[in-house]
Design a protein around this ligand. Structure first.
Ligand SMILES: [Fe+2]
Ligand SMILES: [Fe+2]
Length: 259
């Protein structure tokens, strides 16, 4: 069975990439389940109920989040009710929403989706290693997939290798730059350090180039807005084995859509 995982969707251009490119990928590759990172889907910052629904309508089954989870305050209105929306698991106890979800697959069996936040160059959260270890003792699913939302490549590689053989896949999000290191690790876990950006091609990490450069060059405060125009979808297709609960293959994908 095949799962498509999609890197951080940034703003309207990112959503357009999903709308225009997802139907073909889904059909050609015979995708059974789709997970996408939605932390930047509403104008580059956070998520609204309307935007989440739009992405579900395009075929996304589960949305994961990250350090931008709370950027749009609207999320507090629906995060507790939306069973398909997963925020980082290693936030403090009592945080709204859920850090993982277990879903029934149409083909039979169950899939768990877990979101974790890294601790290097990001706000301090509970240890992602210990958090996942404890969670794995509690939950049961045929396939367990982890979106590790982190900045440092070393932390991501470390987590992937630490849980090799214990989960079916660990894929990284957050940097908005796709890495070329996808592989099935020695004990059977599919791994990629970062899925990359789903959003405007002519941009800096999905945001308007002029906004970001102005801040970088002048050091003056500057509002960022999501880039528009030609767009791309980045992610990976992971082939999973329901019997041994591990991965057979992982293939990186990057598709463009021109206006
Ligand atoms: Fe992001
Ligand atoms: Fe992020």
């Amino acid at each position: 069975m095949k799962v498509l995982v999609i890197g951080d969707i940034v703003g309207r251009a990112g959503r357009r990439a999903v709308r225009e490119l997802l139907p073909n990928i889904k059909q050609e590759e015979e995708i059974d389940f789709i997970i996408a990172n939605g932390e930047n889907a509403a104008g580059g910052f956070g998520l609204t109920e309307k935007v989440a629904q739009e992405l579900y309508d395009y075929g996304v089954d589960v949305l994961t989040m990250g350090n931008h989870t709370w950027d749009n305050k609207e999320i507090f209105n629906f995060i507790d009710d939306d069973q398909r929306l997963i925020r980082p698991y290693n936030y403090p106890p009592g945080t709204p929403g859920r850090g993982y979800g277990i879903y029934k697959l149409e083909s039979g069996g169950t899939i768990a989706v877990i979101n974790l936040l890294g601790r290097i160059f990001l706000d301090g959260v509970d240890c992602p290693f210990r958090s996942l270890e404890e969670l794995l003792d509690e939950i049961e699913a045929d396939l367990i997939l982890v979106d590790f939302h982190a900045e440092a490549t070393s932390e991501k590689v470390g987590l992937g290798r630490y849980f090799d053989g214990q989960v079916a896949a660990v894929f990284g999000t957050h940097t908005h730059v796709q890495t070329a290191d996808e592989r099935v690790l020695t004990s059977g876990t599919a791994y990629i350090t970062d899925l990359g950006l789903t959003g405007g091609i002519e941009s800096i990490l999905g945001m308007k180039e002029e906004d970001v450069l102005k801040k970088m060059v002048t050091k003056l405060p500057q509002r960022f807005s999501a880039a528009t125009g030609d767009t791309q979808l980045c992610g990976a297709i992971i082939e999973l084995d329901l019997k041994n609960k591990l991965a057979n293959s992982i293939t990186r994908i990057r598709r463009e859509h021109y206006n």
